[in-house]
Each structure stands twice: as structure tokens, then as C-alpha cells.
Design a protein around this ligand. Structure first.
Ligand SMILES: [Zn+2]
Length: 124
């Protein structure tokens, strides 16, 4: 199983959930586009080693996930973001962060090339 296969299921919208939430065709189309954007960002993250770009990708992934939440009709809630720690190259603890979904605490690995504290905080 390649890295790409591992991520592919994360980049499709869930039709059952879309039916359940009664999403219209326009919204479904936008969801498809956002998942394509997300997969392109992940692809790039898997090849680039450049810290500045990885940090930018992290920011774009966050933006994309915000949009996904909105399209799905969920309230904006960054504590439920789950793509950031799946970005290829991220070495932050995935299971711990999974456990903390919905609680506004993220656990970073200080060695993470994407989420090193100084990179995350150098945001403004
Ligand atoms: Zn990380």
C-alpha cells in the first residue's frame, strides 16, 4: 500500500453523509473540488522539503478544512480538524491528536518539519 492509497479515502466525499445532510448538487460539486485541492496539497507535501512551503501548505490545508466544514454544514470548529496531522512528513502524534478531536488542544512534535513550534508560531 503506497502512501497515496492510504490517503485516498480521505479525499472523497461521503455520499451517504451528503444524502443524510440533504446537500444540493452545487455543494457536492464544491466538496469534490475541495477534496481535490486537499489531495494536491498532500501530494506536494510528500515531495517538498522546503520549510517555508510546508508551512504554507499547512496553512492551506487548514483553510481547505475550514471550507469543508462549512460545505458539510458543520459549525466552524478547528478542534475537529484532522487533516493537519496527516500531512505527509508530519511526525506529530496522530493517535493522541485523534483522541483529542473536539478538544481544543493539539499535540505537536517539536521535530515535525511542518509543525515545529517556531514555524507554527511565526505565523503572524
Ligand atoms: Zn506535524
Amino acid at each position: 500500500m503506497s502512501d497515496n492509497d492510504k490517503y485516498i479515502c480521505r479525499f472523497k466525499y461521503n455520499k451517504e453523509l451528503a444524502d443524510e445532510r440533504d446537500l444540493d448538487d452545487g455543494t457536492r460539486h464544491e466538496l469534490e473540488l475541495q477534496y481535490i485541492v486537499m489531495s494536491v496539497l498532500f501530494d506536494e507535501a510528500s515531495v517538498t522539503k522546503e520549510h517555508g512551503r510546508l508551512k504554507e501548505i499547512n496553512r492551506l490545508v487548514e483553510k481547505c478544512e475550514t471550507k469543508l466544514q462549512e460545505l458539510w454544514g458543520f459549525d466552524y470548529d478547528p478542534s475537529r480538524f484532522s487533516y493537519w496531522y496527516e500531512i505527509p512528513g508530519c511526525v506529530c502524534p496522530k493517535l493522541d491528536n485523534e483522541d483529542l478531536l473536539g478538544i481544543s488542544t493539539n499535540i505537536y512534535n517539536t521535530e515535525c518539519p511542518i509543525h515545529q513550534p517556531e514555524l507554527v508560531n511565526a505565523d503572524t
